[in-house]
Design a protein around this ligand. Structure first.
Ligand code: AR6
Length: 172
């Protein structure tokens, strides 16, 4: 059965089929969740990332998980928030394409951080709405495929935003 779950805490500790990395287009590491994932995975991850020739905004690429408790990391590159309408489209594509990559690789559980909501400056509430709408649309379109989706919140603020969004949706 497919599902959407919420988890507060460090994404690098989760035992799912794949965790998603909010990377940059070089795929060669950085700060935030990217730094945490590379630190926990060890140098093998960077070595594999070097072979991928980067990643465009909105696209997603898969690697192994190395020393992480997951077998796979799906790297996606969120938009650097600019206020243009393309930001929302790019962010939507990150979630959608990560899920497509997971399905292509026959994976059935995936955890997402709040892509673009740290260094890349996407307003957290808007980003959460796009994340939730996109994963729901994807589950509807792929209703013949089981996918357990975990949305990981790393701050109290994010946790409260999702709690409110989920409550609003259940009232609809
Ligand atoms: N587990 C779960 N979520 C986390 C963790 C963690 N260990 N660490 C941070 N977050 P950011 P971006 C949350 O800045 O905005 C990097 O340098 C964090 O609270 O990691 O997409 C890349 O290399 C925030 O909500 O990613 C890029 O250059 C969310 O993860 C750039 O930052 C995303 O914050 C990408 O920026």
């Amino acid at each position: 059965m497919s599902s959407i779950n919420y988890h507060s805490g460090d994404i690098t500790k989760l035992k799912v089929d794949a965790i998603v990395n909010a990377a940059n287009s070089s795929l060669l590491g950085g700060g935030g969740v990217d730094g945490a994932i590379h630190r926990a995975a060890g140098p093998g991850l960077l070595e594999e990332c070097r072979t991928l020739n980067g990643c465009r905004t909105g696209e997603a690429k898969i690697t192994g998980g190395y020393n992480l408790p997951v077998a796979h990391v799906i790297h996606t590159v969120g938009p650097i928030y600019s206020g243009k309408t393309s930001d929302a489209e790019d962010l939507h594509n990150c979630y959608w394409n990560s899920l497509d990559v997971a399905k292509t690789n026959n994976l059935h559980s995936i955890a997402f951080p709040g892509i673009s909501t740290g260094v890349y400056g996407y307003p957290k509430k808007d980003a959460a709405k796009i994340a939730l709408t996109t994963v729901k649309q994807w589950l509807e379109k792929n209703s013949d495929y089981d996918m357990a989706i975990t949305i990981v919140t790393f701050s109290e603020e994010d946790y409260l935003i999702y709690q409110k969004l989920a409550a609003d949706v259940s009232k609809e």
